[in-house]
Design a binder for this molecule. Sequence first.
Ligand SMILES: [Zn+2]
Length: 226
Amino acid sequence: MGGIIALFVAHPDDEVFSAGTLAKHVKLGFKVYIVWMTNGEYGHFSIKPEELKEIRRKEALEAARVIGAEPIFLGYKDAHLEYSMETILKAVEVIRKIRPSIVITHAPDEYHRDHRNTSRIIRDAVFMAGLPTLEDEGESHVVERLYFYGKGLVTDIYVDITDYIDYKIRAMEVHRSQLEWLRGTKLHGFNPLERIRVEAAHYGYIAGIKYAEPFTPAKPRVENLL
Ligand SMILES: [Zn+2]
């Protein structure tokens, strides 16, 4: 088995959503890239943006190492990511360079504007990357499948990450600045690392396995009854 997978996410630490799936596919022989759209420099209550940008980049690199993925930083400003021709064409350029067969990104209706804009940018970039006569951003490339991380959607794919839950937890543990931040916000009274495990167990329960990550294909799948 093999192939190329590209995950496009808004901020350092968003890759944790699908870290089990990515680590699993690295082990299965896939080449995996993680592309961070923004620097995440506003994600703290006291560390100033310029300093936080560097911290979060280092944390993201550590997470990429845990997962076994190649890191790519596009460097847009946190909370300011625009859905624009400029950002779409930048993503087209990246897709054409790394030539993934599978692209994963945020669901279209997520809570954070950077997440929603990343989802829209990537959906359009996947389409535009395949246009043969659009030549300025490199040689055209057809992405076979685009998936949204399943939160909030009618999910129909659950990846079994039972053997990879520790990778997922470790990928979050390295985001020390974000753990401080999340613990500070006391999100639903949960320890953030415990929350990741509970969420994976929740999706695993739905899928009839121990731990899972949910995804939704951007286009309905057409299959025969077996
Ligand atoms: Zn985010």
